[in-house]
Design a protein around this ligand. Structure first.
Ligand SMILES: Nc1ncnc2c1ncn2[C@@H]1O[C@H](COP(=O)(O)OP(=O)(O)O)[C@@H](O)[C@H]1O
Ligand SMILES: [Mg+2]
Length: 652
């Protein structure tokens, strides 16, 4: 596409030089905003014309793959990113409204405008709810980013949740013409260059260059109405969190290789988040002997009515869930009951979410169960001591959104009373269970518990002081546990793995085949005793084709190049970094230069013994900051992003 010709066709030929001077290529066009054009010096009229023409281009490309988008992937030879540009992993979502053409023929422009506004409102609301960033409206298409400007550790999951919610919300939208509306959603994850690519100033921040937006747009075009389609890269990050259907491979314009696409059916019924993300592929436990011994000791004490609460704190990926699994495995050998309460980052404000989720699993609800069946299952689970009208069943049914029909009168109690009665019923159920056998309760990721659940756990912590129940609560260091300082509460802070433990973990992953010494040293140095990172980086090395098996060992197949960050790790590293930069924005540049200067002296992993570990930020500053900063925020050309390539002079 010839930009000068295109501008001339709009009667705006005189701006060709401005566009050329600012290296506005066809790939850049879809990313231009009104503010961008203003910065280029275009007055209001021409700006409107250009934006309308860009929207038209985008629309044509989405409707008709043949005239396809000019959002081509940028090969290495594209316009050089400016030094401020940042390379990072992004999950990109494209949403398109289906049915708008039919609708526009039936509605007058004002009504149509109202429909589009409602649609955009619905889409934007869901994207923002999941902390995504609405980058652009293109006709009735919406482009959104998950992972920029701020990263979270689960961007792919956030995007898919937003996609499902959008599909549902748009299908519900009413139109004056009664024409059903629907959305199609495409999602892809990949490395992009994002940031201050063109022009200057904050207005230009939103440019994203790379194949990923293009892929998301193509996948969106593949989707049926109401469907969410994801790329293989996104699918990898989703683990078993969602039910997915393989749509096979497709030849997509702009992609040399056929691309596999997946249709998202809905949330899966995994036992817990850990299982969903890790599947059954558990590496055997290394180290943690002291922690397990302490937990088993507390279990024995708890059965005798003492020391019933253990608070297990540690940063993401340090192994909190893994330890909880190990404990549950130990207790399988004896008479006991295990109850699990998992916090979810998507339900921090949903009253009693972890508790209701546990009840749903314990009652054995199936997706297709009719309300009466669910109600019967709930009654079997919670045999109410009190008959109607005092029974707590209708209250809990209400929390679970199960209609009780004629079976119970509609509960008419004040919210305060409702909660108190519900708590009473749940505590009574726990007492009943504990009378039959000792109970292990694991409350995982309490930093994501909603306030009502936390209140219930206040009561549980009180109540179990005289019950044979061990409650293990896991959480990240930023959560201030409210149950410390009580005689029956123990606080345990998880330390980083020691070098030999990380090495043992690597060994498990390689099936006992030693890695070349320099590769092993790199992994140990860069992962700093965080098991999640050890696992991901080792797997990335094994899958990279960098090594070949030579008898009992692995050897390098060639010189050791700088390795990319495994995509499964990118989100968590970026999330750390973004949290940090939010906290210390004003010190960022100073830290960056400090970070650069310390990359040559690699960290000495330290044993953070129980209870001695500093708060998260201490760890970040002393241990991980330069790791993340030097690796991800390298503010230079992408090729210099060599987090794995330690300078030869570095000491370990
Ligand atoms: N001691 C350990 N031995 C082996 N693997 C571990 C160990 N601790 C953690 N892992 C693995 O590291 C990853 C992250 O651990 P996880 O328990 O999910 O961390 P957290 O719950 O603290 O975020 C998981 O794949 C887990 O199996
Ligand atoms: Mg966990």
């Amino acid at each position: 596409m010839d930009i000068a010709g295109w501008l001339s066709s709009l009667g705006l030929g005189k701006y060709s030089r401005t566009f050329a001077k600012n290296e506005i290529t066809p790939e850049v066009l879809p990313h231009l905003s009104d503010a961008d054009l203003k910065a280029l010096g275009l007055p209001m009229g021409p700006r409107k014309l250009v934006l309308a023409a860009i929207a038209e281009l985008g629309k044509r490309s989405m409707e008709d793959p043949a005239t396809a988008a000019r959002i081509e992937p940028i090969p290495g030879s594209g316009p050089p990113p400016r030094p401020e540009a940042e390379r990072r992993q992004l999950t990109v979502m494209f949403v398109d409204l289906v049915g708008s053409t039919a609708l526009s023929s039936q509605l007058d422009p004002e009504e149509m405008g109202e429909v589009i506004r409602k649609y955009q409102h619905a889409v934007t609301g869901e994207i923002r709810r999941l902390n995504g960033h609405v980058a652009k409206y293109m006709g009735d298409g919406v482009l959104a980013y998950f992972g920029w400007p701020r990263a979270h550790e689960d961007e792919a999951e956030r995007a898919v949740r937003a996609g499902l919610a959008i599909a549902a919300a748009v299908a519900e939208l009413a139109t004056p013409a009664k024409v059903p509306l629907g959305a199609r959603v495409g999602i892809a994850t990949g490395l992009v260059v994002v940031g201050d690519l063109i022009g200057e100033g904050a207005a230009q921040e939103e440019a994203v260059v790379g194949a990923t937006p293009n892929l998301a747009a193509r996948l969106q075009a593949l989707a049926q109405v109401g469907n969410v389609v994801v790329a293989g890269t996104t699918r990898l990050l989703l683990g078993e969190l969602f039910e997915l259907v393989d749509l096979g491979t497709h030849d997509l314009k702009g992609f040399a290789q056929p691309v596999r696409a997946w249709l998202v059916m809905g949330e899966s019924r995994a036992e817990g988040r850990f299982e969903a993300l890790h599947g059954m592929r558990l590496t055997s436990l290394v180290g943690r002997d002291e922690e397990i011994a302490l937990l088993l000791d507390r279990w024995r004490q708890a059965k005798d009515g003492r020391d019933q609460v253990v608070l297990l704190s540690g940063e993401p990926g340090i192994g909190k869930s893994r330890i909880a699994i190990a404990l549950r495995d130990h207790l399988r050998r004896e008479k006991s009951l295990s109850l699990r309460y998992d916090g979810s980052p998507y339900h921090i404000n949903s009253a009693l979410f972890p508790v209701l989720d546990q009840l749903r699993r314990a009652a054995g609800f199936e997706r297709e169960d009719a309300p009466e069946v669910k109600l019967a299952k709930l009654e079997a689970l919670l045999p109410a001591a009190e008959p109607h009208p005092k029974s707590p069943i209708p209250l809990i049914a209400e929390y679970l959104s199960i209609p009780t029909g004629d079976r119970y009168p509609v509960p008419e109690v004040a919210p305060e009373q409702k909660r108190a009665k519900t708590f009473q019923a749940l505590l009574a159920q726990l007492e009943g269970l504990a009378a039959k056998q000792p109970v292990l309760m694991t409350a995982e990721d309490a930093h994501w518990f909603d306030p009502t659940s936390l209140e219930l756990f206040d009561r549980i912590v009180d109540r179990i002081e005289r019950l044979p129940v061990l409650l293990v609560v896991t959480f990240r260091p930023e959560f201030a546990p409210r149950w410390t300082g009580r005689p029956h509460v123990t606080l345990l802070t998880l330390s980083h793995l020691q070098l030999n433990e990380s090495a043992a973990l690597i060994d498990h992953l390689t099936g006992g085949r030693p890695l070349p010494g320099e590769v092993q040293a790199h992994i140990l140095a860069k992962t700093e005793g965080i098991p999640l990172f050890v696992e991901e980086l080792t797997k990335a090395v094994l899958e990279s084709g960098l090594l070949r098996a030579a008898g009992e060992r692995y050897e390098l197949a060639g010189p050791l190049p700088p390795l990319a960050i495994p995509s499964t790790l990118q989100d968590s590293l970026l999330a750390r970094l973004d949290r940090l930069s939010r906290l210390r924005k004003w010190r960022k540049s100073a830290l960056l230069s400090a970070a650069r200067s310390v990359t040559n002296c690699s960290p000495r992993p330290r044993r953070w013994t129980s209870r001695r570990s500093g708060p998260l930020w201490t760890n970040l500053f002393t241990q991980n900051w330069h790791f993340a900063a030097a690796s991800l925020r390298t503010r230079s050309t992408p090729s210099s992003m060599r987090w794995f390539g330690m300078p030869p002079t570095s000491r370990y």
